[in-house]
Structure formats: C-alpha cells, structure tokens
Ligand binder design. Structure first.
Ligand SMILES: Cc1cc2nc3c(=O)[nH]c(=O)nc-3n(C[C@H](O)[C@H](O)[C@H](O)COP(=O)(O)O)c2cc1C
Length: 210
C-alpha cells in the first residue's frame, strides 16, 4: 500500500475491482443442443447500444452457460427482484451439466417469443437475445447479443419509469467474501431516487426515499 497525498493505492484484486460494481443481478437462461435448460445469475451484463439494440455480458468459459451459448447462440436476460434473492442463489450452485436450475430453485419456465431459452415467470422483465459474436478475453468470454424482444409483467405496463424501477426492485450485487466455512454474498437494493431537473439552464436536484 503506497500513499499519494490523501490517496492510497490498493492491490488489484477481485474485491477491490468491485468498487466499480453495484451491478444489478440478472438470471440468464440458455438451452443446450440436447434441449436442456440452464439458468445462472450474471451481474456483468449491460446494454451497449440502443440502435440497433445490443447488450454485452461476460461468462466464465467453465460454465454451462458458456457451453450453451456456443451450442445454440441464444439467451434470455431475466430480471429478478430482491424478493428472489434465495432462488437466485440456488441457481448459482454448481450442478452437473443438464440440470435445470429453474427446477432446483422452484422457479417456473415459460416460452419466449423469439428464442428457444425460456423466460422465468417469477421475474418481472425479460430481454430475449441472439448471439452476434463471442470473444475470449482471459478466463471469460464476452458475448454480444442483439436484443430481439423485451417483455414485462402486465401489472407494470401502466407504470412510469420511476414507478417501474421501484417495482422491479433490482437485486444489486456488490461483494463476495469467503471464509473458512462461511461464504457471504453482499447485495443492496434501491432506496433513494435523485431527480436532476434542468429548466431554462437552471439545475435543481430533488431526492426521494422510495
Ligand atoms: C450475484 C451473482 C452474480 C454473478 N455474476 C456472474 C457473471 O457476471 N459472470 C459469470 O460468469 N458468472 C457469474 N456468477 C457466477 C455464476 O452464476 C455461477 O458460477 C454459476 O454456477 C454458473 O452456472 P452455469 O455453469 O450453469 O452457467 C455470478 C454469481 C452470483 C451469485
């Protein structure tokens, strides 16, 4: 650790890199060429373009999700809420290839509109994607997907963007700690919304607890 005035350098390791984090968790569903369904939590997922709509995620090459992506080149990004924390955790457990994690977690698959991998019923939003390209960058592979369809549960249809964000109640992942016989996954949730309004060149910031 070296000092730079009032700054301190840290060694670059996993948990330090999570400073950038607070990544909302998604549940990615894929299918194998044998038709088996897979689901796994992914937090390194982001939209990278609106026009055309595209998103990028990274997947460890040892994972079943990677195998399925390479075999069938489709996936669904399902958006779980904080209420699904336990189920999301169950799907991250290491099951043998072909095990349907949705069944293990008591979650319900229902057909997608445009792709073979199913949507997860308990999730309130879903983004159906087809793989455009993959690129290995180390222990992980980047997957760029074209967004083919987006759906939300009916009860959210009439909500404005703010109400929708609150209703989604995203599960936000920010740390993982491993001890001798204990592991901690640290999550956060939305609690405050800040609205910056610019009117006639004047800026006003309003904060609301939600
Ligand atoms: C909150 C959370 C976020 C995760 N994010 C990612 C991720 O972005 N990329 C990744 O490769 N694995 C991620 N993982 C780990 C995988 O979900 C986990 O290793 C899983 O067992 C892989 O399943 P699969 O082999 O069925 O694909 C995450 C796990 C958790 C709990």
């Amino acid at each position: 650790v070296s000092a730079l005035g009032d700054r301190v350098n840290l060694s670059i390791e996993n948990d330090v890199l999570r400073l950038l984090g607070f990544n909302p968790v998604t549940l990615i569903t894929t299918v194998g060429k044998d038709g088996s369904i897979n689901a796994a939590p992914h937090s390194w997922v982001t939209v990278v373009d609106y026009n055309p709509p595209q998103l990028l995620f990274s997947v460890n090459m040892k994972h079943d999700t990677y195998r399925n992506i390479m075999e069938t080149r489709e996936f669904v990004v399902n958006i779980p809420g904080v209420n699904m924390i336990r189920e999301v955790w169950v799907t991250q457990r290491r099951f043998s290839y072909g095990t349907n994690e949705l069944e293990e977690a008591n979650l319900t698959a229902f057909p997608s509109d445009k792709v073979k991998p199913p949507r997860v019923k308990e999730c309130k939003a879903h983004i159906e994607c087809k793989v455009l390209w993959t690129r290995i960058i180390g222990s992980t592979c980047l997957v760029l997907g074209s967004i083919e369809a987006v759906s939300i549960s009916k009860e959210m249809e009439k909500l404005d963007v703010k109400e929708r964000a609150v209703a989604l109640n995203r599960l936000i992942f920010f740390s993982y700690q491993k001890g001798e016989n204990v592991r901690n996954w640290l999550f956060a949730e939305i609690g405050k919304i800040h609205i910056l309004t610019e009117r006639d060149g004047k800026v006003e910031i309003r904060s609301e607890t939600v």
